[in-house]
Design a protein around this ligand. Structure first.
Ligand SMILES: [Zn+2]
Length: 107
């Protein structure tokens, strides 16, 4: 059993999604991260960038993986902007173990 599978068995929803033990609308994945639509989107297009390696906090990731999470989030934000969400800025929020990318509206 891999580290992710073990963590999924322990109830980590992100690892469950990464290992496909839980359903999610995956929009991008590579060897380091999986990006999927937020189940409770704050705004249209709201997505989460999650590292494949289980991490409680960003400090648990090695530097290259942490940088890649941010790099992919940057690409996702750029794609959201290109999809026609003009007039809005894009917000990347770093939570303990994922990067949230969504349109940001004032008020
Ligand atoms: Zn996990």
């Amino acid at each position: 059993m891999t580290q992710n599978e073990t963590s999924a068995a322990q109830g980590c929803i992100f690892c469950a999604i990464v290992t496909r033990q839980a359903e999610a609308s995956v929009v991008y994945e590579d060897e380091t991260v999986v990006v999927f639509m937020d189940l409770n989107p704050v705004t249209p297009g709201h997505r989460l960038v999650v590292p494949r390696k289980h991490a409680v906090g960003l400090e648990d990731l090695d530097g290259a993986s942490s940088a890649h999470v941010w790099s992919v989030g940057h690409d996702m934000a750029r794609a959201l902007r290109r999809s026609g969400m003009s007039g809005a800025t894009l917000n990347g929020t770093v939570s303990p173990n994922y990067l949230s990318v969504r349109e940001w509206r004032d008020g």
